[in-house]
Write a protein that binds this ligand. Structure first.
Ligand code: SF4
Length: 341
């Protein structure tokens, strides 16, 4: 595959000539070639979201992954599971929760293991940002490619209304962005577009924070997590928005080059979700697989729906490794980035 990609790369240089935008064209060609090859192959867990804990120090009203258990695996078991996934074809691992920084020691040691022992291409973490510290990143930041911080509003009253903190969330977001810059980690922003923020204009703040990707999810209802029934801990109904409200939000922000919208359709079954016991989850169908610590990855994958076409369609494979130029990508310019230093 690499030879094929290399040939495609050289052909692109020959055809397009040496100019500024050639690297973008080549990246696109490589992406198309990789995508075509991936479609032909059997299902491989290329990019996995490992929700190592369901516990969280926040209480967002629409939470998609609620504190139904307080379990976490031991470091040894988690390492075994991650090694199994690597063997099955995993290239990127995203640590998620709950709030993964509630398990700081476990998180840090697993990040180190993924990079040093498994040599994964990319390790990322999704966090609400409130527990991220300089000391943690000083010790483990070298093993992290991407940090995604959740922020739904640039008005802290709105964040508090949602349950995203108690009124000081923006301090945490800005601190996390600055720490990412300090330690060469790509900074990403995640926003859940819901009834309380769909009307907001966030353009100025996006240019200030300069995320390299800004994921904007249409608030999603999942019966097993936030459906409001007996089996769920949340009722998302007061947060849901219509498709046209989501489109209005997207139209207001789509000129930001880091902007990546995901409507409900794009989200469902396009993520490979591994829960705190290392079972794959099909949240839409309310089923989970056996743990990959007990059965093979392929066997476990057969027990849930994971749509590889939707996975590829939502731009799930991208430049996901840390690099010195991380702050030069995405939104904003260097002058605005200096405001964070
Ligand atoms: S920060 Fe994330 S995990 Fe925690 S309550 Fe909010 S959405 Fe759920």
């Amino acid at each position: 595959m690499r030879l094929f990609i290399f040939i495609a790369f050289m052909v692109a240089i020959f055809i397009l000539g040496p100019c500024e935008w050639i690297s973008r064209k080549c990246e696109y060609i490589i992406f198309v070639v990789e995508t075509k090859i991936l479609r032909r192959r059997s299902k491989k867990p290329i990019s996995v979201n490992y929700h190592l804990t369901r516990r969280c120090n926040y209480a967002c009203g629409f939470c998609f992954h609620t504190a139904k258990t307080s379990n976490t695996l031991s470091l040894e078991d988690a390492m075994i599971g991650l090694a199994i996934l690597k063997d099955a074809g995993m290239r990127k691992l995203n640590f998620a929760g709950g709030e993964p920084f509630l398990e700081k020691e476990l998180l840090g040691e697993l990040m180190k293991f993924c990079k040093e022992a498994l040599k994964l291409e990319s390790v990322s973490v999704v966090t609400n940002g409130s527990l991220v510290t300089d000391a943690f990143l000083k010790k483990y930041g070298q093993y992290l490619d991407i940090m995604a911080v959740s922020c739904d509003s640039f008005n802290d009253r709105t964040n508090a209304l949602i349950g995203r903190g108690t009124g000081k969330h923006l301090v945490h977001v800005r601190r996390a962005a600055a720490l990412c810059q300090k330690y060469g980690i790509k900074f990403k922003l995640n926003t859940v577009v819901n009834k309380y923020n769909w009307n907001e204009n966030m353009n100025q703040y996006i240019q200030e924070l300069k995320p390299f990707r800004w994921k904007c999810f249409q608030c999603l209802q999942l019966a097993s997590e936030n459906g409001g029934g007996d089996e769920s801990l949340r009722d998302v109904s007061e947060y849901l928005i219509t498709d046209s409200q989501f489109k209005e939000f997207c139209d207001r922000h789509k000129h930001n080059k880091c902007f990546l919208p995901e409507n409900n359709l794009a989200m469902i079954n396009s993520y490979l979700i591994l829960d705190e016991s290392m079972c794959f989850l099909d949240k839409d169908a309310k089923v989970k697989s056996q743990s990959i610590l007990d059965v093979s990855v392929q066997e476990a994958l057969k027990e849930v729906r994971w749509d590889t076409d939707q996975f590829l369609a939502r731009d799930a494979i991208y430049d996901w490794q840390r690099n010195a130029k991380a702050h030069k990508q995405g939104c904003g310019d260097d002058k605005q980035a200096k405001n964070l230093e």
